[in-house]
Design a protein around this ligand. Structure first.
Ligand SMILES: Nc1ncnc2c1ncn2[C@@H]1O[C@H](COP(=O)(O)OP(=O)(O)OP(=O)(O)O)[C@@H](O)[C@H]1O
Ligand SMILES: [Mg+2]
Length: 253
């Protein structure tokens, strides 16, 4: 499983977010995307999925998917950033999860096969969805919504999963169980995860991509999370990052 971008350029009007980036991510493994607000993390996900206009080419597993979300969606499960999702019609949590299968099969009605039914059951159990699975998605709390969006990305068992800040709204227990689940998934899938809290993933990350209107650095966590690179990425906020790194070192000892 692999994701490749060639000469990727994205701009919104005159605002240049990416200017001719070429990179390849080869899975399985966990790849971390970091960068300050407005750096282009969400734009990167959306470009790889064909959801924004771009120049260049995108390949998933060797197949060109440039600007073709339907084709990209055959390989990729996407967990959008929470504040960017708002279904325009009433839909229950369960229906939203199942809609990923309907879209994949292009079937007019839903019929889960045995494998999908058992996967749905295990996701409901593992992500703790049972209490609110029949409720309207719009009425759920932020952390509940995030768990439903995760289940939606996982229900088709895709080889590649992209998660855009998957647990900003989750409580500590929810985060911990999700991180455990992500580490397991990363053993057999390609996970691309953006987070403002990179220290949570350091022990597992195969590579880190640091963005700030373009790729500032990409490589092993040790190389990218150096003070020098962090200063280029985060500027004055870097003190906070250093403090987080220190906490992780403490736990690792
Ligand atoms: N549809 C759009 N039209 C115009 N500008 C946009 C659009 N989407 C994003 N932008 C701009 O592009 C820049 C990058 O946005 P993006 O959402 O990719 O950042 P991000 O790294 O995901 O930030 P955050 O950490 O806040 O989620 C921002 O300056 C944003 O205002
Ligand atoms: Mg974002």
């Amino acid at each position: 499983m692999r994701v490749r971008a060639e000469n990727l350029s994205v701009r919104y009007g005159s605002e240049i977010i990416f200017d001719g980036e070429t990179f390849e991510l080869a899975g399985p493994g966990l790849f971390l995307v970091i960068g300050p607000n407005g750096a282009g993390k969400t734009t990167l996900f959306r470009a790889l999925l064909g959801l924004v206009g771009l120049r260049g080419r995108v390949y998933v597993n060797g197949i060109e998917v440039t600007g073709d979300p339907e084709r990209a969606g055959r390989f990729v499960g996407y967990v959008p950033q929470l504040n960017l999702i708002d279904p325009p019609f009433p839909i229950s949590a369960k229906e939203l999860i199942e809609s990923a299968i309907i879209l994949r099969k292009r079937a007019p009605t839903l019929r889960l096969n045995d494998r999908e039914s058992s996967l749905l059951k295990s996701l409901i159990r593992d992500l703790g969805l049972s209490e609110f699975i029949e409720k309207p998605f719009q009425q759920l709390s932020g952390g509940q919504k995030q768990r439903v969006l995760l289940a939606r990305a996982l229900i088709t068992d895709p080889p590649i999963i992209m998660m855009d800040e998957p647990f900003t709204a989750m409580d500590p227990a929810g985060r911990e169980s999700l991180i455990r689940m992500m580490f397991e998934l990363a053993d057999r899938k390609l996970l691309l995860v953006s987070s403002h809290d990179p220290t949570l993933f350091l022990q597992k990350a195969k590579a880190v991509m640091a963005l700030n209107r373009g790729i500032v650095a990409m490589g092993s966590p040790d190389d990218v999370l150096s003070e020098e690179v962090m200063r280029r990425v985060y500027g004055r906020s870097v003190v906070l990052v250093e403090r987080c790194l220190h906490v992780v070192d403490y736990h690792a000892v």
